[in-house]
Every structure is written in structure tokens, then in C-alpha cells.
Design a protein around this ligand. Structure first.
Ligand code: XMP
Length: 322
């Protein structure tokens, strides 16, 4: 019989026993449910001896950093946010290959994390939100390979840290499934918009901004994405999708606005349902909803004059476009 309150008490006691009375714990925050929940649990277990570090690589959704800060700080998490946007954008300049983007982002992430944490003094422990399915996978396949033999994209998670760090690992969620983490999150007071959030890839919007990533393109994509995701929530469709995203394509096409001819970008909206993210179906979103999204996007984002909806399953497509 799985009882969340009981499990929380056990996990806290386990962390306290491992970390002791003076150990300092470092945690990388991605903004997702696992690391956010872990931050809340650790704050309860060791208070200010936890330092949670959130690297803002500039590839996040609109307002995401602020949302994470607003969710965690009031609940006692000692959270340090790092603005590394310029470095990441600089490192991505001229890079258009999807795998190369992942490599650059993975490398910059480790650099930024090491540099920032060095300023924060000595830590004894590194906490990670490893879940049971991750444990199973890394026992069978190689680390970071989420989808085994079918994997065709490298997955450099934000939070994927170098293996030679001299910390002892704290991984209280090693026996848990995602749904259980969500229950624990509720008990610990994590707001629903983070608790029930769709997965978001470590490289963030960089792999949804097709081709070279520029600040201008990111700004366009953030606004489109925000309209789409807020719209899904507003229409009560968000929880019925496993993941939803907007892609900024490099395609420019001719359109008309008032009596002006336009020559602007095409955005693709994608929403899928899936159990395991290895295969997925495109979500059958209502036409009226799609019509509303299309109108809002072209009216509010002038750099966009065409909106398409992706009706491809996985396989043959992948969920992300890069
Ligand atoms: P694909 O596009 O391979 O995505 O069908 C399957 C799931 O994995 C996520 N994804 C990533 N997550 N780093 C991540 O942390 C990555 O490089 C990455 N690439 C894809 C994707 O969002 C989906 O949930």
C-alpha cells in the first residue's frame, strides 16, 4: 500500500541519515518536476545546507525561471539562479546541426555549473533526481541513452553532470516512478503548473529553433510557444496531451496582412499522446482550438504569417523536430 505521506517521512529520514548533521548538498535544478520536488524534499531534510542551482541558459520558456523561483523560494529552498544566457547563445553561434547543438549545450552546461558552484564553497553531496526507470536503463544500456537501441538523438539532460565530480550522490527517488514523484510533489506543495508539466528537453528551445539559434528567433519562438501552451491550459487540453511544443522553421513564405504583402516565418505546432515517449500519436486537438491558436499567433507575433499542425506519429517522425 503506497502512502505518499509515509514515503516522504521515510525519504527525509533517509537523507538525514546519509547527509549527517553538517553535510552540504548541491542540487542542479532543471525546472522539471523531478528536480523541483527533490529540492523541496531536501529543503525539508537539511534546510539551508541544501544549495539548489538553476542555470538559465536562455533556452527556457517564457517566464520559466521566474516560475521556478516563485515556486521554490517561498517553500524554503536556498535557490541560486545563474544567468548564463549570453554564454550559451555565444557558444551556439554558427551551429545548426542538431547533434552539435546538443553537444555544445551539454558542454556549456557543465562549464557553467562547475564555475558557479565553485563560488559557493565546498559540498559533500550531489543530489540527483534519478528515478527507478533511469536506474533500470543505465543497468541495461549506456548512461543517458533514454531509448535504448531505438535512440537516434543524444540526450544531454540539463543536470547531466560529469562523472568525475568528487561528491557522494544523494538519490532519494531511485526507487520511485514519475507518478509517485508527482504525488510527493503535491504533498510538499509544488504548484500544479510545475507538478503536472509536460517533459521539456534539456537543450530546451534550441532544438525547436530549426537551424542556427539566434536571440531574435528565440524571442519569436518563446512568444509562439507561450500562446500555444497557455491556450492548451485555457481550453482544458493540456493534461490530455503528453507533450506539446512549437517549432520555428526557417521557412519564409508569402502572406497578406491588411493590404500589405508579408514574407514571414512558418511555425509548426505539435502535440502528442504517448505512454513512454518511444512511440507517440499526434493529438487530435479540436479544429476550433487550432483555429484560435492560429489566429492568436499570427495576430500577436508579426514575424509569423503561417501556422501548421504536425500530423505525424512517432515513428516515423520523432517528437522533437531536431
Ligand atoms: P524524440 O524527439 O526523440 O523525443 O521523439 C523523445 C522525448 O525525449 C525528449 N528529448 C530530449 N530530452 N535532451 C533531453 O533531455 C535531449 O536532447 C532530448 N531530445 C529529445 C523529447 O522532448 C521527448 O520528450
Amino acid at each position: 500500500d503506497w502512502n505518499a505521506a509515509h514515503i516522504v517521512e521515510e525519504l527525509i529520514a533517509g537523507v538525514q541519515a546519509q547527509v549527517g548533521d553538517s553535510g552540504r548538498v548541491l542540487l542542479g535544478i532543471s525546472g522539471g518536476v523531478d528536480s523541483s520536488t527533490l529540492a523541496l524534499l531536501l529543503a525539508r531534510a537539511v534546510g539551508d545546507r541544501l544549495t539548489a542551482v538553476f542555470i538559465d541558459h536562455g533556452l527556457l520558456r517564457l517566464g520559466e525561471r521566474e516560475q521556478v523561483e516563485a515556486a521554490l523560494r517561498p517553500l524554503g529552498v536556498n535557490l541560486v539562479t545563474v544567468d548564463a544566457r549570453d554564454e550559451f547563445l555565444g557558444a551556439l553561434r554558427g551551429v545548426s546541426d542538431p547533434e552539435q547543438k546538443r553537444k555544445v549545450i551539454g558542454r556549456e552546461f557543465i562549464r557553467a555549473f562547475e564555475r558557479e558552484t565553485a563560488k559557493l564553497g565546498d559540498f559533500d553531496f550531489l543530489a540527483q533526481g534519478t528515478l527507478y526507470p533511469d536506474v533500470i536503463e543505465s543497468a541495461g544500456g549506456h548512461h543517458g541513452d533514454k531509448s535504448g537501441a531505438a535512440n537516434i538523438k543524444s540526450h544531454h539532460n540539463v543536470g547531466g553532470l560529469p562523472e568525475d565530480l568528487k561528491f557522494k550522490l544523494v538519490e532519494p527517488f531511485r526507487t520511485l516512478f514519475k507518478d509517485e514523484v508527482r504525488e510527493i510533489a503535491q504533498l510538499l506543495g509544488l504548484p500544479d503548473h510545475i507538478r503536472m508539466r509536460h517533459p521539456f528537453p534539456g537543450p530546451g528551445l534550441a532544438i525547436r529553433c530549426l537551424g542556427e539559434v539566434t536571440e531574435e528567433k528565440l524571442e519569436i519562438l518563446k512568444r509562439v510557444d507561450d500562446i500555444f501552451i497557455s491556450g492548451l491550459r485555457e481550453f482544458g487540453l493540456y493534461d490530455g496531451c503528453s507533450q506539446a511544443l512549437a517549432v520555428l522553421t526557417p521557412i519564409q513564405s508569402v502572406g497578406v496582412m491588411g493590404d500589405e504583402r508579408t514574407y514571414s516565418y512558418t511555425t509548426a505546432l505539435r502535440a502528442v499522446t504517448t505512454d513512454d515517449y518511444m512511440t507517440a500519436e499526434w493529438a487530435r486537438l479540436p479544429y476550433e482550438f487550432l483555429a484560435t491558436m492560429s489566429n492568436r499567433i499570427v495576430n500577436q507575433v508579426h514575424e509569423i504569417n503561417r501556422v501548421v499542425y504536425d500530423i505525424t506519429g512517432k515513428p516515423p517522425a520523432t517528437i522533437e523536430w531536431e
